[in-house]
Design a protein around this ligand. Structure first.
Ligand SMILES: C[S@@+](CC[C@H](N)C(=O)[O-])C[C@H]1O[C@@H](n2cnc3c(N)ncnc32)[C@H](O)[C@@H]1O
Ligand code: SF4
Length: 378
């Protein structure tokens, strides 16, 4: 039987509900562009990590209802059925998970199997996030992905027999990409039943293989202007297909919005478990250790946000998603953004749109969001 999509009853949500993120840092192979905390590991290391992870969940449990769970990575689909069952059971044994909660797991096309899909379904997973990145075999190979276009399509089709709510990630700005190719990839994803597409601009990080390849002239990412043109063409295409852009990088059919992401963007509270996972609870942010050795010692860094940092966060998150920014809320925190030198100018140029007490960033200017947001603090 297929798991139906989850729509959280918004009336049922109260301030007290939290989200849970669990980090699985393991991958079958490190992709050339990736700077996330992820690596290859033996089954022994994985099992040791899962023991520590479950211990952390037990020790840090709190008496708060859980509205969303997200198991991300790395690649959670590299865990065996028994390993992921252990993680899932541990969460449910230690937390009261709401009946209508959203439960997402991240997966790579090459490691999705029918057996795993059934196991995830049995655990209560009701949303998949699949890293497709591209549907061009040459491009996939050049960025170090293990799957082909055909495998991605086949696995999405298989997954859609079990799950209604599937998201796919695409990277924009890869070598050889054109707007036609990109829209064609998106069209194929929609044909596979994908309901949500996350589109990320290629970021080039110094400590990656891609950085070295570019330096040696062996990889040629698109230039910035072409990348933005392609992204805009993709955004138009997805919106013509009936998706809405509920955040700068995220497109979705109505009712399939990621409740977990919405909680982050609205600055809701969450607990993060595992290597380098972040938490936000009672106004305090904390981050787990980044290395296994430190994680074993249970090290975690705490940070109480200053008023200014809180403001920056509210404005940045609000302007990058459909929710916008409440002017009064910002004013109560001590910053009258309407007095900022750029505010009226941005409104006049149609960059900022004001509706009653809220301001929104015009999606046409999303690609300039970093500059606009930093100017609003100047
Ligand atoms: C944390 S990764 C994990 C997903 C999963 N392991 C996979 O690769 O399919 C989540 C997403 O971040 C995106 N991502 C990772 N590194 C990136 C980079 N350097 N530039 C743009 N997007 C990136 C990819 O789209 C990826 O699917
Ligand atoms: S992109 Fe995904 S699969 Fe590739 S190294 Fe990063 S986390 Fe692992």
């Amino acid at each position: 039987m297929k798991t139906s999509k989850t729509t959280l009853n918004k009336e049922n949500r109260c301030e007290q509900n939290i989200s849970i993120y669990v980090h699985i840092p393991f991958c079958e192979q490190k992709c050339n562009y990736c700077a996330f905390n992820s690596f290859c590991a033996s089954e022994k290391v994985k099992d040791e990590y899962l023991d520590l992870l479950c211990k952390e969940i037990q020790v840090r449990k709190i008496d708060r209802k859980v509205q969303t769970i997200y198991i991300g990575g790395g690649t959670p689909s590299t865990l065996s059925c028994a390993q992921i069952e252990k993680v899932g059971k541990c969460i449910f044994e230690n937390f009261e998970v709401m009946g209508n909660s959203e439960f997402t797991i991240e997966a790579n096309p090459n490691s999705i199997t029918e057996e795993l899909l059934k196991t995830w379904q049995g655990l209560g997973v009701n949303r998949l996030s699949v890293g497709v990145q591209s549907l061009d075999d040459e491009s996939l190979k050049k960025i170090g992905r293990l799957h082909t276009k055909m495998q991605a399509v086949e696995k999405l089709e298989l997954a859609s027999k079990f799950f209604d709510n599937i998201s796919a990630d695409l990277i924009v700005g890869l070598e050889g990409e054109t707007s036609e190719k990109l829209c064609n990839f998106a069209n194929q994803l929609l044909s596979c039943g994908v309901k949500h597409i996350s589109c990320y601009l290629l970021e080039i990080y110094q400590n990656t293989k891609l950085f070295e390849l570019i330096k040696k002239g062996k990889y040629h990412p698109l230039d910035d202007d072409k990348t933005i043109d392609n992204f805009n063409a993709l955004a138009d295409f997805l919106q013509e297909k009936g998706m809405w852009r509920y955040e700068i990088s995220n497109f979705v059919f109505p009712d399939f919005e990621s409740q977990h992401n919405l909680n982050y963007w609205k600055r809701g509270e969450y607990l993060g478990f595992g290597l380098s996972a972040h938490s936000f609870l009672d106004g305090i942010r904390s981050k787990n250790a980044e290395t296994l050795a430190e994680y074993k010692k249970g090290k975690r860094k705490y940070e109480k946000l200053t008023k200014k940092e809180t403001l920056e966060e509210i404005i940045m998150l609000g302007l990058r998603c459909y929710a916008g920014v409440e002017l009064d809320k910002v004013k109560r925190l001590g910053y009258d953004i309407t007095k900022n030198a750029f505010f009226e100018e941005y409104k006049k140029d149609g960059i900022l749109i004001q509706k009653d007490d809220k301001i929104f960033l015009n999606p046409k200017f999303y690609h300039l969001s970093n500059t606009i947001i930093s100017n609003l603090f100047a």
